[in-house]
Design a protein around this ligand. Structure first.
Ligand code: BGC
Length: 456
């Protein structure tokens, strides 16, 4: 019985998210080279067959999206498969993506397609990756080709996934290929991604004028560690670099990283129909002998929040309201929460996360922030970049047995399915799935209120 409910708009998209390198399996021409090099991934693991989407298992996973009562899924196309060499296009890869799109639509699942989710074809890497301006031209051609194949059926497009995370990983902390550690190269890479986004936007719109095009921007909540008087002064720097400059550039065309010459891209303003918000965690900002290396970001979780895996920061779904409000005030664009979730080997933290996330998203919407949908990361467990198959980094609503390819629904799958079906979060669901939050999310829940009307 529903007693009280945080009810969402009818057209709100309840979705899940995944990406090619996470799920497809046996990709041999891009990030796999980084895995093969050794020393970069947890226990030198390789993605192997991952979730076997490439071998047809996308179909059963699409059935799971239906089981979850979701209405949208965010996936990515793998550039290295589609264009294995500069002058070579693989029609069979495009055909498979086309089948996946048909398969989703047939099941009533609206696809959102990401063109670049961290991986580059090896030939792009060899030509200098995202520091080479020619990569922008190549990306535009790739976009054209993908639109020719899928543009008649896909209306939701995301050019880049987490451009600043990519720039940081590849060029600042060296955790992705090419493993550079140079802030100036990170800034150059970010600029190149913005140039590519602007051009790709026009290609997509030209091929499909109905399309809505955006970028998935990772927003990191940052708060000064105590004593705030000292550390408070530091927060501005990482916030500006990781959160602000890119978003501001999308709106104004001005790329203004600290200590770098200002660049104006005249074709950039107006190239976002929405902003994708990827939101996971909060970091504390503090001065520490090693902290300049991490731009002062530190993992100091609140003692009340669930314990996070190493380097993850703090599991912080409550921050979704402030994050979306910040994005909204900066851009005045509709928002899709293009990724959000939590690593959790068990499932208690995940259910806690989902309840908090949905409740705080509801709150944001009721403060007139136009959030149009949530893509939960992720549908199933999958290969997690430098964490590989480390059990501490399991994100799935479905648990994966990677030996047998069996998917087992976690309780949070049932929870999310109930939320999607009811288009909201009810007190009754919270009491069943996350009883420890019942009083907090539904104080004085109706079950407890006693109304004694006197006859008169
Ligand atoms: C990325 C995903 C990743 C997830 C969890 C996001 O930053 O887009 O590829 O798996 O975070 O770490």
């Amino acid at each position: 019985m529903v007693e009280a409910i945080y009810r969402f708009p009818d057209d709100f998209l309840w979705g899940t998210a995944s990406a090619a390198h996470h799920v497809e399996g046996e990709l041999t021409n891009s990030w796999s080279a980084w895995e093969d090099e050794g020393g970069h991934v947890f226990q030198n693991q390789k993605h192997g067959r991952a979730c076997e989407w490439r071998f047809g298992r996308w179909q059963e996973d699409a059935d799971r999206m239906v089981e979850l009562n979701t209405t949208s899924h965010r996936l990515s196309v793998e550039w290295s498969r589609i264009q294995p060499a500069p002058d070579q296009w693989d029609e069979s890869a495009l055909e498979q993506y086309s089948d996946i799109i048909d398969g989703l639509l047939h099941r009533g699942i609206i696809p959102m397609v990401t063109l670049h989710h961290f991986t580059n074809p090896l030939w792009i890497e060899k030509e200098g990756g995202w520091l080479n301006p020619k990569t922008v031209d190549h990306f535009v051609k790739f976009t054209e080709r993908v639109l020719d194949a899928l543009g008649d059926r896909v209306d939701l497009w995301c050019t880049f996934n987490e451009p600043m995370v990519y720039a940081v990983q590849a060029y600042l902390v060296g955790m992705f290929s090419p493993g550079a550690r140079n802030p100036w190269r990170m800034f150059d890479c970010a600029e190149m991604l913005l140039r590519a986004h602007a051009q790709a936007y026009h290609v997509i719109k030209q091929k499909n004028p109905e399309a809505k095009v955006g970028i998935a921007k990772h927003y990191v909540a940052m708060e000064a560690a105590p004593p705030k008087l000292i550390h408070g002064r530091l927060v501005g720097l990482p916030h500006r670099i990781f959160n602000e400059v890119f978003v501001q550039a999308l709106v104004s065309g001005e790329i203004d990283f600290p200590l770098r010459r200002r660049v104006i891209l005249h074709d950039l303003p107006g190239t976002s129909d929405y902003i994708g918000l990827n939101f996971y965690q909060r970091y504390r900002v503090a001065l520490h002998p090693r902290s300049p290396k991490t731009f002062f970001l530190q993992q100091i979780p609140d003692p009340e929040s669930p314990p996070p895996p190493p380097l993850w920061g703090e599991i912080y779904p409550q921050g979704i309201h402030a994050a979306s409000q910040w994005i909204w005030e900066k851009t005045r664009l509709p928002i899709y929460i293009t990724e959000t979730g939590t690593p959790d080997i068990g499932d208690e933290v995940r259910r806690w996360f989902i309840a908090q996330l949905v409740r705080h998203t509801w709150h944001a919407i009721n403060f007139n922030i136009p959030i149009k949908g949530i893509y939960y990361w992720s549908l199933t467990d999958s290969f997690e970049w430098t964490a590989g198959y480390n059990p501490e980094f399991r994100f799935g609503l479905y648990e994966m047995n990677f030996e047998t390819q069996q998917r087992i629904p976690r309780q949070s799958a049932a929870f999310y399915a109930e939320i999607a079906a009811a288009k909201g979060l009810s007190s009754e669901m919270v009491r069943r799935h996350v009883p420890q939050l019942a009083e907090k999310l539904f104080p004085g829940a109706p079950g407890k209120i006693q109304v004694n009307l006197k006859p008169h």
